[in-house]
Design a binder for this molecule. Structure first.
Ligand SMILES: Nc1ncnc2c1ncn2[C@@H]1O[C@H](COP(=O)(O)OP(=O)(O)OP(=O)(O)O)[C@@H](O)[C@H]1O
Ligand SMILES: [Mg+2]
Length: 330
């Protein structure tokens, strides 16, 4: 992930420090405001780039102002050949924690991908927070449409127990702000892919349906299952899905893997959640509170407390849960 060389070191009132990432909508830097003496995350895009990603993000962050777990929009602007968007600076993504810190599965065939698994307490805590984020953005009429591990960031201390949702480049409103009418159902042609190959819902990826609230929820379900099953979702095993052969494999694997096969060996709540998302009607509102309660109860059953806070690395297992894990593995 190299930093584009042509972006100047100073952009308006911002001094660009560390390069944090580059993706489809530009490059992101940790940047220092030379007058206010504060730090932000600055997303920079060439003005000539025809996609309207930064403009979409500006609209979304404005609509989502004051939502918990959504970074605050600090500024937007244009200087020379560049447009930029400044938002609150955050910590690492769940993707980088997953890649770096999870344990290899002993005895599992290894290739270049980490054969990783996150513990149940952590995954329940991520479930509750991500469902809450999705609920609050939907409450404001916004769909994210690109939920994946790289777009879920942990706050900086003292806010490291909060998971943030970023990157609204693919976002959209699902209802008309004036009339409240839901966007019309559409079967898309093969057009541009919306979202992330690994985590986009089956309805959008395999059946080319227009994304709606159910599809943001399904992306959350796939993220949770990916974190919990050894080796992650089966369609992620070959890594980068942008090569044609891998893209076809990801598509086929996602279309034909049954939820009960995908979730074998993990608590049935995850399979139920995935199935529920897939069964929702296009215009339906997901039952966010039900699923938050389900994952809270699951955590309690295993003896985990203080579940609303994300803690990484995970605290030691409570005694009861250690006994349950031992019983399950015998
Ligand atoms: N507010 C932030 N604080 C800290 N790091 C950030 C912040 N925003 C973005 N990043 C880093 O930059 C990366 C890319 O950001 P973002 O997802 O917004 O860009 P993108 O161009 O849409 O990327 P992609 O196409 O890969 O999704 C993130 O994965 C994260 O590592
Ligand atoms: Mg992103």
């Amino acid at each position: 992930m190299s930093k584009p060389k042509t972006i100047p070191r100073v952009l308006g009132e911002y001094w660009l420090e560390e390069h944090l990432g580059t993706g489809s909508s530009g490059s992101v830097f940790k940047a220092y405001h030379l007058k206010k003496h504060t730090r932000v995350a600055l997303k920079v895009q060439r003005k000539t780039l025809t996609n309207a990603h930064l403009d979409k993000e500006k609209i979304a962050y404005s609509l989502l102002r004051t939502c918990k777990g959504i970074p605050t929009l600090r500024a937007t602007g244009a200087i020379g050949r560049w447009k930029y968007l400044a938002i609150g600076l955050l910590g690492p993504s769940l993707e980088s924690l997953y890649q770096k810190d999870t344990k290899p599965i002993v005895g599992f065939l290894t290739d270049t991908k980490p054969r990783a698994i996150m513990d149940l307490r952590t995954v329940c805590s991520i479930a509750i927070q991500l469902i809450s984020r999705v609920q609050s953005i939907h409450d404001r009429g916004v769909l994210h449409r690109d939920i994946h591990l790289g777009n879920c960031l942990v706050g900086l201390p003292p806010d490291e127990g909060t998971i943030y949702l970023i990157d609204f480049a693919f976002s959209n409103c699902y209802e008309d702000p004036k009339t409240g009418q839901h966007i019309p159902y559409q079967q898309r042609d093969q057009g541009p892919f919306v979202g992330n190959y690994f985590f986009t819902s089956k309805n959008v990826h395999c059946h080319l349906k227009e994304p709606a609230r159910r599809d943001d929820m399904e992306a959350v379900a796939l993220v949770l299952i990916h974190l919990l099953i050894p080796g992650g979702l089966p369609w992620t095993i070959y890594g980068d899905p942008h090569a044609n052969a891998i893209m076809d494999f990801v598509h086929a694997s996602k279309c034909y893997t049954l939820p009960e096969d995908l979730c074998r060996g993990i608590p049935s709540e995850f399979k139920d959640f995935l199935q529920d998302c897939r069964q929702l009607k296009f215009t339906a509102s997901p039952d966010y509170d039900h699923w938050k309660n389900t994952f809270r109860q699951l955590a309690q059953t295993h003896g985990f407390s203080n579940i609303d806070r994300f803690i990484w690395p995970p605290p030691p297992l409570p005694l009861e849960s250690t006994k349950t894990s031992l019983r399950l593995s015998l």
